[in-house]
Design a protein. Sequence first.
Length: 276
Amino acid sequence: MSAAAYMPRMKGFPDALVAQALDDALATPGSVPVLAISGLQGSGKSTLAAQVVALARQRGLRAATLSIDDFYLTRAERQRLARQVHPLLLTRGPPGTHDLPLAHATLDAIAARQPVALPRFDKLADERVPQQDWQQLTDGLDLLVFEGWFLGTPAQAEEELTMPLNALERDADADGRWRHWCNQALAEHYPALWQRCDRLWFLQPPDFAVVPRWRWQQEQHLQAAQPGRSSMSRPQLERFVQYYERVSRQALRTLPTLADRIVVLDEQRQVLAAPV
């Protein structure tokens, strides 16, 4: 599929759904509401987040987006984890590869309506953007939209980690050390971040099987947006998605009962029903 084939989906979500998400967020107590949009890779969460922010600004509100991806550890920090804990931790994405103190400090400043710089991560370079290039907010926000592929997802029970579920886990994590470490990080360190979200919307795909295709389309969109930059091949991406598979499947099992609103999507990422 060409990069151009991905572009029509970028038209976005229905206006009524966007308005519902914004109104839902603004109805929550607190000086700066945090609307969390959770969805597996390629589900359209960044598109929905951008639409909600655009509508908020049309209404005269100060709004911004952040992604859990913006808080990935630097490559040097992940290299240290790879040496000290497990080689698979060099790859960004799974729980334990985020700078949670930075995330909390950023959200603290936003909640206090203080000037703050919003971190950004360059996925094609696989590195955090230099701090001098972060978006500077000099005025307080009226709304923050926080999006991420596993926002709100709880850890698995230990006994569920015994058997590998894909080739990556079977070949590179035969003893389960990597998946146990990531699951422990998810259990111990992420709930405090999830609790900072006032409302949680979940973009629910039909199943995990659509994720590799959706993520490949997303990769091609990145390539089209930044021509000449190096990116993943299809085989590399198929392996990359396996790093996310365990927690993605856990999100599919748990978030339909944990999220405040569910947006059911079909295989083409079209909305099947109004959020419930």
